[in-house]
Design a protein around this ligand. Structure first.
Ligand SMILES: Nc1ncnc2c1ncn2[C@@H]1O[C@H](COP(=O)(O)OP(=O)(O)OP(=O)(O)O)[C@@H](O)[C@H]1O
Ligand SMILES: [Mg+2]
Length: 315
């Protein structure tokens, strides 16, 4: 549904600062019905990529195909397949109510308001906006405005929906609700969605696949489960009562797997990265040798955050 080839974009130099290569030769495909996460730190090039995909800025180089249409050469038909919500949800009108926004934007896309009644009600209901149906958008809470912005993007029935940071600045519940809604929409309607975020949890929760970008380049493109498998190591946190003896410390330092030791007022935490489970016996032997009391041993889940940071570090 989306094919991106060798896309590049540099912002020209401004007084005193050199040009910025915001997107540097990226290529990827997204299939119909896929919800793909574009993940990267601040300034990685996510918004620039999304803006090129929805025709707001022109790439310096490369091509974009939407459902087989060349966005640069067949702009209008290609764009008719796309709707987007950029940062700050500027795609809704503040002075229109929730319902009017949906009607207006459906109309702009050439959909008959009358025939759209049921569809509009469906989205208002789905996004929990039914009670706010006649409230002006500017008077909705930030989370509701974001939901409305996404509903407006969805009402157009476009095959592709681009969402730039859809959960930015939302509270835990609103962010959770939006993630659930997106999963539901993709399943029910076979829409193709790209969402950008710097939040690993959003991607881990919502997407089956992620592209990680850094400094405008793709550093990983894989299914989430594969990305997690890449770094499948167990991390144990062992809490010991009191301090360690200097003999224990020096023996622990010799074990590569011991990542760090932290001293707290009444206890010491030892983080052990286990590639082989025997290492845990070695650590425990060292603790037993000087009769240290183990208060707890916890296994930390290998989460996407760790994977993300690791990938960025390894470049
Ligand atoms: N209009 C612009 N003029 C000059 N430089 C820009 C412009 N927009 C973005 N940049 C630069 O391009 C790079 C990529 O920015 P972009 O906004 O695409 O990143 P992002 O991944 O969306 O970051 P964030 O997570 O902060 O939203 C950054 O170095 C940024 O400073
Ligand atoms: Mg951005």
């Amino acid at each position: 549904m989306i094919r991106v080839e060798k896309l590049q974009k540099a912002y020209p130099a401004k007084k005193g600062s050199p040009p910025v290569q915001a997107v540097d030769n990226i290529s990827f495909n997204v299939s119909q019905g896929e919800l793909m996460g574009l993940l990267g730190s601040n300034g990685a090039g996510k918004t620039t990529t999304i803006k090129m995909l929805c025709g707001l800025i022109k790439p310096d180089f490369g091509s974009i195909y939407i459902d087989g249409l060349d966005l640069l050469k067949q702009r209008t038909p290609a764009l008719s397949n796309i709707s987007a919500v950029l940062e700050g949800n500027r795609n809704i009108y503040w002075r229109l109510t929730a319902k009017e926004n949906l009607e207006f934007f459906a109309g702009l896309r050439g959909l008959e308001p009358r025939g759209m009644e049921a569809e509009i009600d469906y989205f208002l209901e789905l996004f929990g906006l039914t009670e706010k149906i006649n409230v002006e958008a500017r008077k909705l809470s930030r989370g509701m405005q974001q939901k409305l912005a996404i509903a407006v993007a969805l009402i157009s029935k476009s095959k592709v929906v681009l969402l730039d940071e859809p959960t930015l600045g939302l509270d835990v519940q609103a962010s959770y609700e939006i993630r659930q809604l997106l999963k539901k929409i993709v399943q029910e309607q076979e829409r193709t969605i790209i969402l950008t975020t710097h939040d690993m949890n959003v991607v881990q929760d919502t997407c089956e696949r992620a592209i990680i970008i850094n400094d405008g380049r793709i550093v990983a493109d894989d299914r989430i489960e594969n990305l997690l498998k890449l770094f499948k190591v167990k991390i144990y946190k062992i809490i010991v009562q009191g301090s360690l003896t200097s003999a224990q410390k020096s023996r622990l330092v010799e074990i590569d797997a011991v990542q760090e030791m932290e001293k707290f007022p009444n206890e010491t935490a030892i983080n052990v990265l286990l590639e082989k489970s025997e290492t845990l016996y070695d650590v425990i032997d060292i603790l037993r040798a000087d009769s240290s009391l183990i208060k707890s041993i916890d296994q930390e889940q290998n989460n996407f955050e760790r994977v993300f940071l690791e990938i960025l570090e390894r470049g």
